[in-house]
Each structure stands twice: as structure tokens, then as C-alpha cells.
Design a protein. Structure first.
Length: 84
């Protein structure tokens, strides 16, 4: 079942072989990157967990800074009324 009159069986075979070649080329391009990921020892779940742990550490550090600033502000509010 041909789609147009200019598509000969030889042209269809050439298009199919070209499509198979492009698929094989794409698959070959994915294999080295996957193998490199295995060699590095970092799977995607580990990357996400590490990122979340890093974010947790940053949030805790920011919380400590905010707590210190809040305490200084409250101290100023209680003792600074006479300055106003």
C-alpha cells in the first residue's frame, strides 16, 4: 500500500533502512552516557537524596541566622523603647 505514486519499493526500502540506522545511532548514543552514569556510582535517586540533604542543611543554617536576627530584634524592641 503505497502513499504516493513516486514511492517505489526501492525508495521505501531505502527509507526503512535509513530509519533503522537513525534509531540504532540514537540507541548507541544513549549507551555510553548510561554506562558513564553507572561508573560514577551516582544513580538518579541518590542524586535527588543528596540534593535534598543539601537543601535541608541550607534551610537549617538560614533558620539559625533568622533566629539570631529575631532575637536581636526582640531585644531591641524591649530595650529600645526609650530610644524612640
Amino acid at each position: 500500500d503505497q502513499h504516493c505514486s513516486s514511492c517505489t519499493p526501492a525508495a521505501l526500502r531505502a527509507m526503512r533502512s535509513c530509519a533503522v540506522f537513525l534509531l540504532a545511532l540514537g540507541a548507541a548514543a544513549l549507551v555510553p552516557s548510561h554506562a558513564a552514569g553507572l561508573r560514577s556510582g551516582m544513580n538518579p535517586i541518590r542524586k535527588v537524596v543528596t540534593m535534598l540533604q543539601s537543601m535541608q542543611k541550607k534551610v537549617e543554617e538560614e533558620g539559625e541566622k533568622e533566629k539570631g536576627l529575631y532575637e536581636k530584634f526582640m531585644c531591641y524592641c524591649q530595650s529600645g523603647n526609650s530610644d524612640l
